[in-house]
Design a protein around this ligand. Structure first.
Ligand SMILES: Nc1ncnc2c1ncn2[C@@H]1O[C@H](COP(=O)(O)OP(=O)(O)O)[C@@H](O)[C@H]1O
Ligand SMILES: [Mg+2]
Length: 278
């Protein structure tokens, strides 16, 4: 059988811009990552899926050197991130935008000051140039004219867009999005998914999107990684996930709790009896 376009795409993929090889990380007794190997192709969107606590955020933090592995290597564009000193990490951090899970904006700064913050820290642009860049970015993310507002005056969805704008204002090569649609309704989530695609195309970004929102995942993914209990269960084109007969993957995609999760719901007999009489 001839290979499908997706398989060909993977077979001919260029050198990854980011790679984790055999990365392990523990916090005390908690094994957050166990021999994780992930390769992120440049110019594409990689979606990382997996249940809460499986190590997704910890994995992202290794890419920008916020965490160091106990074992294994992390490479960004040929540089060993896990070996860099704090000072040399700055260079990587200007090339990688990060939308944190608690994508909090600074409450005491205006929207414009929030987005302009990385420019003040990392560029030589004048006030006027920064203002122009901020205004243009606000248009791109669909909240034009909000530069002088305070974050608290915006809706949750608008705040996410501003956080997105701040993550990409330095026109990085890579953007890491940690659960960008969490807490948003399906329509607002769709808007964020489309924005991620738009930014990807406009700025020729490499995107890594951590999510447990399956709809968003299939909308934007060129390639997918599924994690469970700190290790990689499956990675490859989205079609591999749709056709997977792995029970854990099927149940995750279908939002179907397994026997282990359901056991936790089973109340002891006497507590049920009490409920019946109240
Ligand atoms: N700084 C930390 N200190 C101790 N434990 C941590 C720390 N960061 C993450 N963990 C633990 O590591 C595991 C993976 O966490 P995380 O990557 O945040 O999961 P998620 O997939 O939900 O993003 C969890 O058990 C979490 O409690
Ligand atoms: Mg997380």
């Amino acid at each position: 059988m001839p290979p499908t376009p997706a398989q060909l795409d993977h077979a001919t993929a260029t050198t990854p811009i980011i790679s984790l090889e055999g990365v392990s990380k523990s916090f005390g007794d908690v094994r957050a990552l166990h021999e994780v190997t992930i390769q992120i192709p440049p110019g594409k969107t990689t979606v990382v899926l997996g249940p809460s606590g499986c190590g997704k955020s910890v994995m992202l933090k290794h890419i920008i050197g916020l965490l160091k592995p106990d074992a294994g290597t992390v490479t960004f564009d040929g540089q060993r991130v896990d070996r860099l000193r704090e000072h040399d990490l700055n260079d990587i951090r200007t090339r990688v935008g990060f939308l944190f899970q608690q994508g909090a904006l600074f409450d005491s700064m205006t929207v414009g000051q929030n987005i302009g913050f990385p420019l003040r820290e990392h560029s030589e642009l004048s006030f006027q140039e920064r203002k122009l860049r901020v205004d243009r970015m606000l248009e791109i993310v669909g909240v034009p004219g909000t530069a002088d507002r305070m974050p608290a005056e915006l809706s949750g969805g608008q705040q996410k867009r501003v956080a997105l704008a701040r993550a990409v204002i330095l026109e990085p090569d890579v953007v890491l999005y940690d659960e960008p649609t969490t807490g948003l309704d399906p329509i607002r989530s769709d808007i964020i998914a489309r924005l991620i695609q738009r930014l990807q195309a406009r700025l020729s970004l490499t995107s890594v999107v951590v999510t447990h929102d399956i709809t968003t995942a299939f909308k934007i993914a060129d390639t997918m990684v599924m994690m469970q209990n700190g290790h990689v269960l499956l990675s490859g084109p989205p079609s591999n996930f749709k056709s997977s007969d792995n029970d854990v993957i099927r149940r995750f995609l279908d939002g179907d709790a397994g026997p282990d999760e359901l056991d936790l719901l089973d109340p002891p007999e006497d507590s049920l009896a009490k409920d019946n009489h109240s």
